[in-house]
Design a protein around this ligand. Structure first.
Ligand code: ADP
Ligand code: MG
Length: 715
């Protein structure tokens, strides 16, 4: 019998239409990927069903072409009449366009660099086009750029009641699966799911108290609203079924947080370090500059945690470039001088290598044994290094978060420093505790959590903030530029490169295809080198390169052998090349605010004036325009993260996972604040003073056993 617990990769055994063995596997993989979850086997029907629609459409009555109006966001159903592709911009951009009609008029739709559309959008094809319609005066018709499409298979035209003639859900792409296919599968899965197998997961008293929809009903309705439902309410995420699921998400988040607070109070004591004048002297000798006031304050708080016997669990927030690394390193000195080992972990190998380089230089005058352990094959050297760790022959180890995930053995681990934790998404501290270790933990992030949320989300974490920038920094000047200004932008790049500065050009991950994305960056790099910047040395960095290659490219950029670095977002966090003065971000409208701010932080690290140029399509959503506008107006990471939170919905943007905010799939921290508050009170009511009760124990077991309830979140 199909149930919520049925593993997704066995979905084909349950006679769900359209799902065979290989599709089931692909689906499980796509869901795992969406949740940043490593284990495909663990993905269940439940995980699939929590991939909720991005929006809802009333297809009982489609908009006709004749009814379109300027700036209207609408779906039309039309037949493709002509289609074709051509190159523009000296072959650098490929446009594919169609002309389509529904009997009441004609429209044009076009896409940049999406050649795969040619396969499906052939003349005669029936297609639903959704996007922002604009009147084209020259062609005298409405047109749309980058429309979402749903091609109606010939065999099904008019036959399937799931897709047209009713209220329909529209989904974000899930792996290779597009909205139409997802709609069918969700429909069939929900149909085959006996109501009794959808077990309620909230306490009955909670459901009653807040008059919540039962889980089964909520799941069904959140995918397929009733025919008399108010779709505006659905699209605003205010329908009772959606509110119930949002409440549920907050409930488990709050439950997980409450448990963490409880665990922490029950945790054994942490190491107790001592600090004397000798250690202060050593600290002074390794510091290449005077600390700013904020750095000093943060360090004082950290040292005070370290010298007390409760285990430190501190978040160090500071904007990009504010100088968190040196503070962390001084904390490491305290641990090492007390006879403990320290670990510094970064989210990417490039960053770990960079830390290792800097740290080794800074610690030159000390006798500390520092080792960097970055990914790499399981060679003998690595095995020896690990043995040295376990034997206590290493004082400071630097690596990626794999250090902890793989359960690397330490001799006497006293301090763990986690850099840029927002890229992790997982709860390293819990992993440490599961391994029976209680070192002091310092988490650093450049994506500040707005104060309005810190209390709710990080209730058990101490927070230090570095607001002040090291002296001599000039704020990065930011501008938005459109396609027609490209030559001018390149001229500017040439001037800067001639003046001896270095330039980044970053390409986004294209949602549709990682391969395409890679090709975009690769082709762009080739063409830029050959046609645009033949006189400069240009190189390419992307995620598919081997760690050694990446590192080599970074090294050459750092050494100034490369003037222009073309890259996908792998350079995002923390890379420090102080001679870089220009950051160009292509398709900036596709990035989230946190990510844009991070990228911009790659320049302006020296004392020269720096620039960030956001290349954008004219045709973009209002929200994207608002994001770029904020970037132009503000350099303050705190302000940006507050605005970010207001603007965005869960899971809808590139970079959401990198935001420092827990992965919420349905809930929106600002929009749904009322529910967040309710959930918080509810958890408090259930747990307060009743930690030993069977009910709380049952809920706690659920949080601990279920990865989605444990919510991949908060360091
Ligand atoms: P982030 O907080 O983004 O990790 P880093 O620690 O990488 O920032 O520091 C950014 C740059 O500022 C580094 O080049 C670092 O050497 C420099 N820096 C940090 N603190 C100071 C200071 N007090 N005075 C001068 N330069 C500093
Ligand atoms: Mg850093």
């Amino acid at each position: 019998m199909l149930s919520l617990k049925t593993p997704l990769n066995q979905l084909h055994l349950h006679g769900v239409k359209g799902v065979g063995f290989s599709v089931a596997r692909k689906l499980a993989a796509a869901v795992a990927d969406e949740q940043a979850e490593a284990s495909i086997e663990r993905m269940t029907v439940e995980d699939l069903l929590y991939h909720l629609p991005a929006r809802y459409e009333d297809r009982s009555r489609m908009v006709r072409i004749r009814e379109l109006a300027e700036g209207m966001a609408a779906s039309i159903l039309a037949t493709v009449r002509v289609s074709g592709g051509y190159f523009v911009k000296r072959g650098r951009l490929r446009i594919f366009e169609i002309s389509a009609t529904d009997g009441t008029g004609q429209v044009r739709a076009y896409w940049w660099n999406q050649p795969w559309r040619e396969k499906t959008l052939k003349p005669g094809a029936e297609v639903i086009l959704y996007g922002l319609w604009k009147w084209n005066r020259g062609k005298r018709c409405f047109e749309v750029q980058g429309a979402e499409t749903e091609v109606i298979p010939e065999a099904e035209a008019g036959a399937e009641p799931i897709h047209t003639g009713r209220h329909v859900p529209v989904y974000h792409k899930l792996g290779v699966f597009r909205t139409r296919w997802l709609r069918s599968v969700m429909h069939h899965v929900l149909e085959s799911l006996p109501p009794i197998s959808v077990v309620e997961n909230l306490p009955p008293a909670t459901i009653r108290r807040h008059q919540l929809a039962p889980r089964g009903v909520a799941l069904r309705r959140a995918h397929f609203p009733a025919e008399d439902a108010d779709l505006d309410e659905y699209n605003a995420r205010r329908a009772p079924s959606q509110r119930r699921l949002i409440f549920e998400e907050f409930f488990w988040l709050q439950m997980a947080l409450a448990l963490r607070r409880q665990d922490r109070q029950a945790a054994p004591k942490g190491p107790r370090f001592e600090v004397d004048d000798r250690i202060r002297g050593i600290a002074r000798t390794i510091m290449p500059f005077t600390l700013t006031g904020d750095q000093r304050t943060a360090l004082r708080a950290i040292v005070s945690d370290m010298t007390s016997d409760h285990p430190m669990h501190r978040l160090l927030q500071g904007d990009v470039g504010s100088g968190k690394t040196i503070v962390a390193l001084l904390a490491a000195v305290v641990a090492i001088e007390n006879g403990y080992q320290a670990a510094l972990m970064a989210p990417t190998e490039i960053l770990a290598e960079q830390h290792a380089r800097n740290v080794i230089r800074l610690l030159q005058k000390t006798p500390y044994r520092v080792m960097s352990l970055v990914g790499g094959p399981r060679t003998r050297a690595r095995a020896q290094a690990l043995a040295a760790m376990a034997a206590g022959e290493i004082d400071l180890i630097i690596g990626t978060h794999a250090l902890i995930q793989e359960g690397v053995e330490f001799h006497k681990l006293g301090l763990v420093i986690i850099d840029e934790q927002h890229r992790f998404g997982v709860l390293q501290r819990a992993q440490l505790m599961q391994q029976g270790r209680y070192p002091d933990v310092l988490v650093m992030t450049a994506t500040p959590i707005p104060r309005s949320l810190a209390m709710t989300l990080y209730g058990d974490l101490d927070v230090s903030v570095i607001r002040e920038m090291p002296p001599g920094r000039i704020p990065v000047q930011t501008a938005v530029r459109f396609e027609e200004a490209r030559e001018k932008v390149y001229r500017f790049v040439r001037e800067e490169a001639r003046a001896g500065r270095q330039i980044y050009i970053v390409y986004p991950l294209v949602e549709d295809s990682e391969k395409l994305d890679l090709r975009n960056a690769t082709e762009a790099a080739e063409s830029l080198q050959r046609h645009t910047f033949p006189e400069f040395k240009l190189d390419l960095l992307h995620g598919r390169k081997k760690p050694a290659e990446k590192e080599a490219v970074m090294q050459r950029f750092l050494a100034g052998e490369i003037q222009i670095l073309v890259s996908t977002t792998v350079i995002e966090v923390g890379v420090d090349v102080s001679n870089a003065s220009v950051m160009i971000i292509e398709h900036a409208e596709r990035f989230g605010l946190a990510q844009l701010h991070q990228l911009r932080g790659r320049v302006g690290r020296g004392s020269a004036r720096a620039y960030c140029i956001l290349m954008s399509e004219r045709n973009r959503t209002e929200e994207a325009a608002a994001r770029l506008d904020i970037m132009v107006r503000s350099n303050d990471g705190f302000e940006i993260s507050e605005r970010d939170l207001e603007l965005r919905g869960p899971g809808e943007l590139l970079g959401t996972r990198q935001s420092g905010i827990p992965v919420l799939r349905l809930a929106h921290l600002v929009r749904d604040q009322d529910l967040l508050q309710l959930a918080r009170e509810e958890v408090e009511r259930i747990c307060h003073g009743r930690w030993k009760s069977p009910e709380v124990n049952r809920l706690a077991a659920m949080v601990r056993s279920h990865s989605r309830y444990g919510l991949a979140m908060v360091g």
